[in-house]
Design a protein around this ligand. Sequence first.
Ligand code: TYM
Length: 340
Amino acid sequence: MSKINNNTVLSGVQPSGDLHIGNYLGAIKNFVNMQNNYNCFFCIVDLHAITVKQDPKILKRNTLEVAATYIASGIDPKNSVIFNQSSVSAHSELAWVFNCVTRMGWLNRMTQFKDKAGKDKENASSGLFIYPNLMAADILVYKATHVPVGDDQKQHLELTRDIAQKFNRDFNCEDFFPIPEPIIDKNISRIMSLKDGSQKMSKSDLSEYSRISLLDESDEIIKKIKKAKTADSVMPGKIEEVQKLAEVNNLLNIYSGFSEIEKYKLVEQYEGQNFSKLKSDLSDVLVERLNPITTEVKKLMQDIGYLSEILLDGQNKANQVAQKTINDVYDIVGLHRNEA
Ligand code: TYM
């Protein structure tokens, strides 16, 4: 599986509901772009999903659907390792070691925990609190050097770097874990809600009109874009002015992310116009780009046997690498291993 360079990529997506265009632009699109140059591990993080309540039957189906989405988006399972997190036990084992490395103060600073736990912190699962340690384990068990993610995961990546450094220092094993780099594409790393440009597009938003799901039919896409919030003015001529109009800026980021047309060119193209033409052109681009993905996901979901084979193959390949790391970690930490 050696690629042009010998760097390793790991990233993951939670199987916690329909994926949306934020997940695609912020993460999956980069996975596809990186797969030919890096040794890639793409995980479906089912253990992270259960930090909040899930319906067991739906969770299993969602896990397969994320695998199908990876493949339908262009990740080649022969070229990259696709697997679900719970099938490789070294993730949980390394996470436990990291529970003992990470300081409480570090976890207390994590904004995602505060957002997700909300006002009822006492009632949040302890898994939700130590979630970033498992994420660090996902990355470091493959000694990944690069991690493509959306902007909301930046803080977790910084924590991962801190954990790697502290482990290397505490156990006197300089360079054992690499210090991984986040790969974050500035304009598309934080796709916002279609209804409110100050809120991130999210699977958990109660309104369907806030997001475009990767499985939306063409008429739903058109309807949602038509209803998307814009501004009372016309399109300004300067990017700096556009940036002050959060919802318009967001639509342009989405347009640019899917069309590969640079944002400043879109601003030139629509300068002085009201937003209806922008919206109808954006709908066309989305329908054209998403339809093949949607169709392929639906087709793959008819063939659960094939998806299960891909995940089993991924599990075997991932295990080979992860098992070696956890054996080394146990040795470094001083855990006694009984010889067979
Ligand atoms: P998750 O499942 O919430 O999201 C999956 C990926 O999509 C990105 N993303 C977005 N990007 C741009 N705009 C948005 N509105 C948007 N919403 C989500 C996320 O940043 C993410 O890259 N903790 C992770 C999963 C994870 C992981 C890992 C990621 C577990 N272990 C190891 C990387 C490496 C999460 O909850 O992603």
